[in-house]
Design a protein around this ligand. Sequence first.
Ligand SMILES: Cc1cc2nc3c(=O)[nH]c(=O)nc-3n(C[C@H](O)[C@H](O)[C@H](O)COP(=O)(O)O)c2cc1C
Length: 179
Amino acid sequence: MQTVVLTAHPALETSTVNRQWFDALSQIDGVTTRDLTAVGGAEMRFDPIAEQTVLQAADRVVLQFPFYWYSSPPVLKAWLDQVLLPGFAYGPGGDKMHGKELGVAVSTGGPAESYAASGMNSFPMQVFLSPFEQTAKMLGMRYLPPFVLHSAMSRDPAQVPDSVPAVVNYVTTPLSIAA
Ligand SMILES: Cc1cc2nc3c(=O)[nH]c(=O)nc-3n(C[C@H](O)[C@H](O)[C@H](O)COP(=O)(O)O)c2cc1C
């Protein structure tokens, strides 16, 4: 299985969680990581043909990011807008992502219990992540249950490495084994 991880963090060098995930995933055979901030530069400009070529070689695409204002950092939105074009992702001839898998690996500052109707953030993560779920559906992709690490900021930094094997497992385990 070939997997592409699209990492959307505005400054990986200042990251605690996503940097460690990115570094570990970058070491794995069959996994290609892309730091979208490095690829797109300050203006967040992407070459759609180059990005689409990377996607076409993948069986699974994983979006990896810190949760910012109940969504992803803007570089991922820029990438989606510039790469998922008609004739590739949707519309006539736009079947190039059909049959692939889409996963999401996200870290949040808020604790797990805050993402509930009774909690500070009012809604479960499934609701906040529904644009990605619907994007997968629109593209004919299979949406994987998201991987979420909560309490990313309050966590003892020494414990962050504990999340690395879990995210590696999420990214690399085929559905037939994970099910
Ligand atoms: C601009 C900004 C917005 C954020 N918005 C949220 C949010 O809506 N919900 C939440 O739980 N955490 C939020 N956080 C906390 C981040 O999710 C947290 O710092 C991040 O997951 C840590 O990952 P990192 O170490 O890779 O940067 C926000 C942080 C920043 C800087």
